[in-house]
Design a protein around this ligand. Structure first.
Ligand SMILES: C[S@@+](CC[C@H](N)C(=O)[O-])C[C@H]1O[C@@H](n2cnc3c(N)ncnc32)[C@H](O)[C@@H]1O
Length: 403
């Protein structure tokens, strides 16, 4: 089928597409000829009497189907890939098996694993790199913080002691301004970090201890997608004092989570009725969907590709793709595999075959809108207390409590 070329991206060189699909250039020409005769479903664009395959989601799935059909006739050879020992040293047995299952069923390496082991240091390096950048970072966060602080100061004035719980704490730095305010008021009881990565908690502890009493630091290694916060949080309150827990989830952590309502329920398990949950995430604006400023830095790519790096999938066998996927309404970083590979998990006697042209998702992030926030907070049986968006930057912050 021939479609209107206006605004459509397309595969400019057949040789590149042949490489991505793992077929010959002749096969690509053949597919184009068949598409002209409506013998396959590829959408073509005609430019100066030449026909090109449009680069869109429809064609990605059609190309996948055609590639499968073509390679089924071939005697397929797979390049053996062996994950680094680092993978087995960093992830627990169940995390590794869950990673293998996720690769097999969804073609995804869950991005939560990129913060583990050495990945914690990689995140810290990226954070330092972008902290003062205009694209992402502190002036915007400061603006949102200033907008919220009056609400908080008034709220906190009703309590004698305050716990801050940082959900997905990163390196502690984003939580520091709020902790400084509370410490100054003499009400800071403790700072609790909950994170999937023990190495991240160590970094947060070191940073926290530079300015605060180390005895006020509590760390819990916990995967919020899998586990409730009840055990870690409910018993932490100082019963002798009127106290409140302010739970933070900063840095767009919520946007990386597939089932956000499930995570909210795990968080709610650890909340008392008076506690507040404060979330910061990027705001969804159409013209910023395909911009990935953090990953333009070398440090950004090192961070986002940490799990792929442990799997030993490097640029030699893959091409990086950064897209907005309208099916999942998420921004994604994918690795398109350039040649047939077989990932051998010898420790677990398992393997995965991935054909050339198939892709592995290594990062997925959903931005928020006012509507999305109010829907998911309602679905989680919480009440929205406060919501603010930066007037020009695509960042928002919202506060909720138990309904
Ligand atoms: C994008 S970083 C944000 C860090 C920090 N809050 C900030 O604003 O810079 C995400 C953090 O959440 C943690 N994390 C990601 N998925 C998690 C999960 N399922 N359970 C617990 N922590 C998780 C990561 O280890 C990391 O520290």
């Amino acid at each position: 089928m021939i479609i209107n070329p206006a605004g459509q991206d397309y595969y400019k060189k057949q040789v590149e597409l042949a490489k991505i699909c793992g077929v010959s250039e002749g096969t690509i020409s053949n597919w184009i000829n068949k598409a002209k005769d409506s013998k396959n479903l590829l959408q073509l664009i005609e430019i100066k009497d030449r026909f090109y395959i449009a680069k869109n989601e429809h064609n990605i799935s059609e190309l996948k189907k055609l590639t499968e059909e073509a390679t089924n006739y071939q005697n397929i050879v797979y390049k053996d890939i062996y994950p680094k020992e680092e993978l087995y040293d960093t992830l627990s047995e169940s995390q590794t098996i869950s990673l293998i299952n996720s690769l097999k069923t969804k073609g995804t390496a869950p991005c939560k694993f990129v913060f583990m082991g050495n990945g914690a240091e990689k995140w810290d390096k990226l954070y330092s790199k972008i902290h003062n950048s205009d694209n992402y970072g502190s002036p915007t966060k400061r603006y949102l913080f200033e907008k919220t602080i009056n609400f908080f100061e008034e709220y906190i004035s009703k309590f004698d002691s305050v716990i801050i719980t940082d959900l997905g704490c990163g390196n502690f730095k984003p939580a520091k301004p709020l902790l400084e305010k509370i410490e100054k008021s003499g009400k800071l009881d403790k700072y609790i970090c909950i994170d999937i990565s023990k190495d991240m908690i160590e970094i947060a502890k070191t940073e926290f201890s530079k300015d605060f009493d180390e005895n006020k630091f509590v760390g819990h290694v916990l995967d919020l997608e899998l586990h409730s916060t009840e055990e870690a949080l409910l018993k932490q309150k100082n019963n002798a004092k009127k106290s409140v827990n302010i739970l933070l989830m900063f840095g767009g952590t919520i946007g990386n989570i597939e089932n956000q309502v499930k995570v909210f329920n795990h968080i709610k398990d650890g909340m008392h009725p008076e506690d507040l949950l404060m979330i910061a995430n990027a705001y969804d604006e159409i013209d910023r969907r395909t911009v990935f400023p953090a990953f333009d830095f070398e440090e950004g790519f090192a961070h986002v590709s940490h799990a792929a790096c442990m799997l030993n999938i490097d640029k030699g066998v893959s091409i990086v793709e950064k897209i907005y996927n309208s099916n999942t309404t998420a921004r994604e970083v994918n690795l398109i595999i350039k040649e047939n590979i077989k990932i051998n998990f010898t420790r677990y006697n398992d393997s995965i075959n991935i054909k050339s042209g198939e892709s592995i998702n290594i990062w997925k992030h959903k931005r928020d809108t006012f509507e999305l926030v109010s829907n998911k907070i309602r679905e989680s049986d919480m009440e929205l207390q406060f919501i603010v968006k930066h007037p020009t930057e695509a960042q928002m912050l919202y506060v909720a409590r138990l309904a």
